[in-house]
Design a binder for this molecule. Structure first.
Ligand code: ZN
Length: 568
């Protein structure tokens, strides 16, 4: 049978559908005809293996793109037939899927991390050499910040001292976080600037390590680290711009075509707008406005749902209702099982919450509330329900980590989107049972239950406030219920696993819906943006425990290659 596949839904061409479902290597597409006159000339044709996540044509071998959108999908011969003289051809090696999105990530925090000295896996000599090199290139007196050292890898495995840093750092203050962020190694210059001496007492919940003469050695633990936080320089606009760029480039390398920035202030939103103006945004950004200034600014104006062909949107307000489960800051109805008088933190009260929900609705903003503990989730749902929020407004609860059965049903009834992070299973498997106890542990990270209840779901990572920011980790963790490191091998509460197909949809169509972008993003379909991610193998045929070994080959946003592993 001759297959002709020119699908042109955009121009509402006459469609005759004819699905041919065949074996894995061959094509299965929809036959469709569009008038040749209305067919735009492709700027570029991509040739390879595409899994579209569009049930009408699940697999194709070529895609034609014009002005950033998909104009045809089909066999190589059929799509090639549309080429004009100027049409470029790009062959992809690997398996292309709709572009991966992260529905909850923190670009600036990631950029800050990427901008510091990365000391992971280095010996002490290598660490000191890296600091010495940084001291040579830093401006006079400039700070040197870094992190990731672990004395456990050193010979001998003892904690380092300020004096060792002094020998290589000259006039520069140096502050280096340990790999777990629970202690910091500083030089004598920092001890002096922070006025930490033999007479300084340990702060509550913190410790200043001392030698036999009570002099600080240069290691500050937990709350003592705040003594340094207070004196490190605030990042300049140029610093923040650099951090955002570093993060966006990392996202492209991770195969992300779209990210939801879970907390952008006005300055960062301005940086996104500048990058967009210069054509230098490599990833679509759905920014949630966070902080007094940003929230006040937007509630006095209007949403910006589409700046630059879907590259940037500001149409949601972020609120943080409680803390995190690990530090017992998540707000729980009943106290923590391992701290019987602690209920967690309430960072926004009900009255303020109701006021912001109402103001946001009047201006047409979505509200995305961080809520981790069951009490915070209940309060968010109460506010949405009492405020009359409709499902069309797609209000979101970020994390939704501990959710009761009653609230699960309310998510569905009210049409609230759950924005969840499958990579959390790594840390939760280590201590969530201690925090909430046997009777509540089945309320934690209940991905499968949310899907079965028909709640709209979007996956993200919360990186760098989690173990991994790559979408490959999200896929792996959602399917196996292991952490990003593959532990525990049997999976943690494995009944909450989802299959590969579902996980991929929650990483593509899920975030698109949560950002009102489902007409443009989420599957490889004619008329939608040509955003796709090429990975090293077909995830449907990789054993689940090996999903985390998949690698990113290429990332494409609006038909533009933003990352190509073959050119790395
Ligand atoms: Zn977050």
């Amino acid at each position: 049978m001759k297959q002709l596949h020119q699908i042109e839904k955009m121009k509402r061409g006459l469609r005759a559908s004819h699905v041919i479902l065949t074996a894995f290597v061959t094509l299965s597409t929809t036959l469709a005809f569009a008038s040749h006159q209305s067919q735009p000339t492709p700027d570029v044709i991509f040739i390879g293996q595409f899994l579209t996540l569009d049930p009408e044509h699940p697999q194709v071998e070529a895609m034609a793109v014009s002005a950033g959108r998909i104009v045809a999908l089909g066999s190589k011969a059929e799509v090639e037939a549309l080429a004009a003289k100027a049409t470029r051809r790009i062959h992809i090696s690997g398996v292309a899927l709709p572009g991966f999105a992260d529905a909850h990530i923190h670009p600036e925090l990631l950029g800050e991390q990427l901008d510091r000295l990365n000391l992971r896996g280095l010996t002490k000599a290598q660490t000191l050499a890296k600091v010495a090199a940084a001291a040579r290139s830093a401006p006079p007196g400039g700070w040197i910040l870094g992190g990731g050292w672990d004395q456990g890898f050193w010979q001998p495995a003892t904690f380092p001292t300020a004096k060792e840093l002094d020998a290589v750092s000259g006039d520069h203050p140096v502050a280096l976080d340990r790999i777990d962020w629970h202690s910091i190694w500083v030089n004598t210059k920092v001890l002096a600037l922070a006025k930490i001496s033999d007479t300084t007492s340990d702060p509550e919940g913190g410790q200043i390590w001392r030698d036999a003469a009570a002099m600080p050695t240069g290691i500050l633990v937990d709350n003592a680290m705040a003594l340094v936080d207070g004196i490190t320089p605030k990042p300049t606009h140029a610093d923040r711009d650099r951090h955002i760029r570093l993060a966006l480039q990392q996202f492209a390398e991770w195969g992300l075509t779209s990210v939801h920035d879970a907390g952008a202030d006005l300055e960062v939103i301005g940086i996104y707008k500048d990058l967009l103006k210069r054509g230098e945004l490599p990833v679509r950004v759905y920014a949630m406005a966070l902080g007094d200034l940003a929230v006040r600014h937007y509630l006095a104006s209007r949403p910006e749902p589409d700046l630059g062909s879907g590259m940037l949107a500001v149409r949601s307000i972020k609120l943080v209702l409680d803390g995190a489960l690990g530090s017992r800051g998540a707000e729980m109805t009943e106290p923590y099982s391992d701290a019987p008088v602690v209920h967690g933190l309430q960072t926004v009260n009900d009255a303020d919450l109701a006021r912001i929900v109402s103001a946001a609705r009047q201006r047409g903003f979505q509200v995305n509330t961080h809520a981790i503990g069951d009490r915070a989730v209940t309060r968010a749902l109460n506010a949405f329900e009492k405020g009359g929020v409709t499902r069309e407004e797609r209000f979101r609860i970020e994390h939704a980590s501990v959710v009761t059965n009653d609230d699960l049903a309310r998510f569905r009834r009210l049409g609230i989107v759950a924005s969840m992070q499958p990579v959390f299973v790594g840390e939760y498997s280590r201590w969530a049972e201690d925090r909430v106890g046997q009777s509540r542990v089945h309320w934690v990270l209940r991905t499968r239950d949310f899907l079965d209840a028909g709640v709209p779901l979007a996956f993200g990572t919360d990186y760098p406030a989690s173990d991994a920011g790559s979408p490959i980790a999200t896929l792996h963790c959602a399917v196996t219920r292991q952490g990003a490191d593959g532990e525990p091998e049997a999976g943690w509460y494995g009944e909450q696993r989802v299959d590969v197909d579902t996980a991929l949809r929650m990483m593509t169509a899920g975030p698109a819906f949560a950002a009102f972008q489902e007409k443009d993003l989420g599957s490889l379909t004619v008329g939608r943006y040509a955003d796709f991610t090429v990975i090293s193998a077909n995830p449907y045929s990789v054993p689940p425990n090996d999903l985390r070994t998949l690698t990113i080959r290429m990332t494409v946003v609006a038909g533009r290659v933003t990352f190509d592993a073959s050119k790395k």
